[in-house]
Design a protein around this ligand. Structure first.
Ligand code: GLU
Ligand code: MG
Length: 440
C-alpha cells in the first residue's frame, strides 16, 4: 500500500465519516475473527475513521496464537511478543449498529506495516480463495445459518429464558419484543433475513440470511451474531452460540450453504448429475465430501464441536450426503445449494468458507464424483472425526488445504487446535461446555 493508496483511502472515508457523525455515531468497531473463532475488536472515535482507513489501527500478530479462553500458545510461527500489524476497516461494509446506539461497525483486514496483506489474515485468505475461484471461471454464493440459545443473565450457567416447546409458537410469544427488535435491527442494518424461528433445544433460535458473495457472507455471520448478542443483552438476557451449550442435548450449528455459478448461471440445477447437479457442481460437492474430515479442523474447530458432532443430533455427524438428509454432513437442497451441516459457530467464518471452496475446487480439478446418496439414517456411513485431534491430523495430511493456506498458516492452525486440546486434556464435558459457552 503506497502513499497514493493511503491518501485515496483517507479521502474516500471522509463522506462516510460525516454521515456517521450526522447519525450520532461516536465510535467505529473494527473486528477480525481469530483462528479460534473469537471475534476481536479495536475501535476508533468516528473522527478518526479516515486515518484508520489510511493507516490502519495497530494490532499485535499474537492474536494468531490466541485460544478461545484468551490463553496464548507458543506456536511454530506465532505467539511471540513482538511485531505489529495494521487493521484496516473495510468501509464497503461500514454499518451503523442498530443494537448498539452510538456505534458503527466495519470488518477489518490485517496488513503488515508496509501495507502488504498479513499472510495469516483470515479475511484476506477468504478473498484470495474467491479470486482463485474466479480465475477458474467460477463464482460462489454463500450463507451461514446462525443458531443460538437465549439464557437468563446474571449467571455463567445456562438457564433457558423460555421453557416453551421446540419450534413452538409459544416460544415466540415468550420473547415477542425480543424477536421483533432483532428483526428490526437487522433490517436497519440491511441484513436480508430469510427466516427466523425457534429451534429444537431449550431457548434455541435460528436465523438464516440471503446468499451473497462468500466474504460478505462471513462478514454477515459476524454482524448477525454481534446484533443478536446486543439485542439479547438489551432485553436483560444472554446469547450463547457455542456448539454445545450444556453437555446433554442438541447443540448450536453454523451450517454453511454454498452454490456454484458460472457465467451468471447456477451450476446447482439443470445438469445430468444427482438431484440435477451439473458435472462441475457434483465434482465440487464430491471434493467437499472427500475432504470433510480435514475440513472439520476448520468448520468444527473446538473441543466442544465434538460434543455436538454426534449421531441423532441433526449435526451431520456422518461422512455422507443426501437430499434433505439432516444426519449427513452434506445436505443437498435440490436446485439451490449444498449445505455443510457439520460446521458450527466456533469456526472462523472466513476460514470455513475459504477452506470449503478450496476443497470444492480440488474436487473439480480431480473430476471427483459423489457416492450414492443417503436418503435414510446414514448410521453405517463413516463417522466424521470424533475428536479435534483426529480432525487436525486429517487437516495436516490434506495437500490441497495445506497448499492453499501455506505451510506457516496451516501449521499455526494446527498449533492453536493442539493448544485447545491440551487446555481441555483433563476436562469433563461440563468444564468444556462451561469454558466455551460465552466465547463465540
Ligand atoms: N441444532 C442442530 C445442529 O447442531 C441443527 C438443527 C437443524 O437445523 O437441522 O446443527
Ligand atoms: Mg437449524
Amino acid at each position: 500500500m503506497d502513499t497514493a493508496e493511503r491518501s485515496r483511502r483517507h479521502a474516500e472515508a471522509t463522506g462516510p465519516t460525516d454521515r456517521l457523525a450526522e447519525q450520532d455515531v461516536v465510535g467505529v468497531a473494527i473486528t477480525w475473527v481469530d483462528h479460534s473463532g473469537v471475534t476481536r475488536v479495536k475501535t476508533v472515535p468516528t473522527a478518526g475513521l479516515p486515518r484508520a482507513a489510511a493507516e490502519g489501527v495497530g494490532t499485535s500478530p499474537v492474536f494468531d496464537a490466541f485460544l478461545l479462553d484468551d490463553t496464548i500458545v507458543r506456536g511454530r510461527h506465532a505467539g511471540g511478543p513482538s511485531g505489529d500489524l495494521r487493521l484496516h476497516p473495510d468501509l464497503d461494509r461500514l454499518t451503523v449498529l442498530a443494537g448498539q446506539p452510538g456505534w458503527a461497525w466495519a470488518p477489518g483486514d490485517r496488513h503488515a506495516q508496509d501495507g502488504t496483506p498479513h499472510p495469516q489474515d483470515e479475511r484476506g485468505f477468504a478473498r484470495a480463495v474467491v479470486a482463485r475461484l474466479a480465475e477458474h471461471g467460477y463464482r460462489a454464493r454463500a450463507g451461514f445459518e446462525v443458531e443460538w440459545v437465549v439464557g437468563l443473565a446474571g449467571t455463567d450457567d445456562f438457564r433457558p429464558a423460555t421453557t416453551a416447546p421446540a419450534y413452538g409458537h409459544a416460544r415466540l410469544a415468550d420473547l415477542s419484543d425480543y424477536g421483533a427488535d432483532l428483526l428490526a435491527a437487522l433490517a436497519r442494518q440491511d441484513v436480508e433475513v430469510l427466516q427466523f424461528h425457534p429451534e429444537y433445544a431449550p431457548g434455541q433460535f435460528e436465523l438464516s440470511t440471503a446468499p451473497e458473495d462468500p466474504v460478505h457472507a462471513a462478514d454477515t455471520s459476524v454482524l448477525v451474531r454481534a446484533t443478536v448478542r446486543a439485542i439479547t443483552l438489551r432485553h436483560g438476557l444472554r446469547a450463547s452460540f457455542s456448539p454445545k451449550v450444556v453437555p446433554d442435548g442438541v447443540g448450536n450449528g453454523g451450517h454453511l450453504h454454498l452454490s456454484l455459478w458460472r457465467d451468471g448461471r447456477t451450476l446447482m440445477a439443470g445438469g445430468a448429475g444427482p438431484c440435477g447437479l451439473t458435472d462441475e457442481a457434483e465434482a465440487f460437492a464430491a471434493g467437499v465430501l472427500d475432504r470433510i474430515h480435514a475440513l472439520s479442523a476448520i468448520g468444527s474447530p473446538s473441543v466442544a464441536s465434538y460434543l455436538r458432532l454426534v449421531p441423532s443430533h441433526w449435526a451431520g455427524a456422518f461422512a455422507a450426503w443426501g437430499p434433505e438428509n439432516r444426519e449427513a454432513a452434506l445436505r443437498l437442497v435440490a436446485g439451490r445449494s449444498l449445505e455443510v451441516k457439520s460446521y458450527d459457530l466456533s469456526a472462523n467464518p472466513y476460514l470455513a468458507v475459504a477452506a470449503t471452496l478450496v476443497a470444492g475446487l480440488a474436487g473439480i480439478a480431480e473430476g471427483a464424483r459423489l457416492p450414492a446418496p443417503r436418503v435414510d439414517n446414514p448410521g453405517d456411513a463413516p463417522r466424521l472425526p470424533t475428536s479435534l485431534e483426529e480432525a487436525v491430523r486429517a487437516f495436516e495430511a490434506d495437500d490441497a488445504l495445506r497448499e492453499a493456506f501455506g505451510a506457516a498458516f496451516a501449521e499455526t492452525i494446527a498449533d492453536v487446535r493442539r493448544g485447545e486440546i491440551a487446555r481441555f486434556a483433563d476436562s469433563s464435558p461440563e468444564e468444556v461446555t462451561a469454558v466455551t459457552r460465552w466465547r463465540h
